[in-house]
Structure formats: structure tokens, C-alpha cells
Design a protein around this ligand. Structure first.
Ligand SMILES: [Zn+2]
Length: 134
């Protein structure tokens, strides 16, 4: 460690070793640590997206199975017990006291602690999705 005079107090975000060389804003001790760190971040991000997609798929399956029944109203707690994750949805709109959520093409309303009006909307055309691209 002959370059001790360039040392600063920063530590490598990957291995935690003190960063001895380079600029004071360096975050990694070496390229290997930098790559390892960024690869893990990308992997975590991909894993998170997969978890969200899985939760949305599960929500969709639960909502769709309920939609096919004559049930008009279900408690959110019962939905949760079925494995529904209310924190995941694809869009949201508040209309007066009603909260309308979408899970892909399934719409449902949350009013207080109950979920009502599960219905399938007609799938939007490209024109509905990107009106400015036309
Ligand atoms: Zn390191």
C-alpha cells in the first residue's frame, strides 16, 4: 500500500474494504466489486418485477373466479385470506367515495372494507392506449 497518502474514509459498497486509491467519491475498491454490486442490483430489480407480476397474476385469477360467481360483495379480509394482494393493481381511479381499481382488464371497486362490482371491461385498442402516437 504505497499510495496511502491518497486514502480517504470511503469504503467499498460491495466488500466494505477501505478505498485506498482514486477520487474521493469512488464507491468501489475495484471493477470486480463494482460489477458484482451492479449485477446484484439488476438481479434484485428483475426478481422484484417477477414478484409483482406473480402477485398481479394471482390477484387476476382470484378476481376472475369471483367475477364468475353471483357474489356481489366480498370483504377485503376474505380476499386477503384467498391470497389477494391489494397493494398490487394496474391502475386506479377515485370517483367520489368509490375507489376503482384495475387488474389488467378486470375492474373492481373498494368501498370501505369491501370489494364490489368486479367486472371485465372490453380490452382497450391501441388507439385508446396511445392516442398521441396516431
Ligand atoms: Zn470491494
Amino acid at each position: 500500500m504505497s499510495k496511502e497518502k491518497e486514502s480517504h474514509d470511503a469504503v467499498c459498497l460491495e466488500c466494505g474494504d477501505r478505498i485506498i486509491y482514486g477520487r474521493s467519491d469512488r464507491k468501489f475498491c475495484c471493477d470486480a466489486c463494482k460489477n458484482k454490486f451492479h449485477n446484484r442490483q439488476a438481479r434484485n430489480s428483475r426478481h422484484f418485477r417477477q414478484q409483482v407480476n406473480t402477485a398481479l397474476e394471482k390477484n387476476y385469477f382470484i378476481l376472475d373466479s369471483l367475477r364468475k360467481t353471483s357474489l356481489r360483495n366480498i370483504q377485503m379480509s376474505d380476499l386477503r385470506n384467498m391470497g389477494f394482494h391489494p397493494e398490487f393493481f394496474t391502475s386506479y381511479r377515485k370517483i367520489a367515495s368509490r375507489e376503482a381499481f384495475m387488474c389488467y382488464d378486470l375492474k373492481y371497486c373498494v368501498c370501505g372494507k369491501s370489494v364490489t362490482s368486479i367486472s371485465r371491461i372490453s380490452v382497450m385498442s391501441d388507439e385508446d392506449i396511445c392516442p398521441h402516437d396516431r
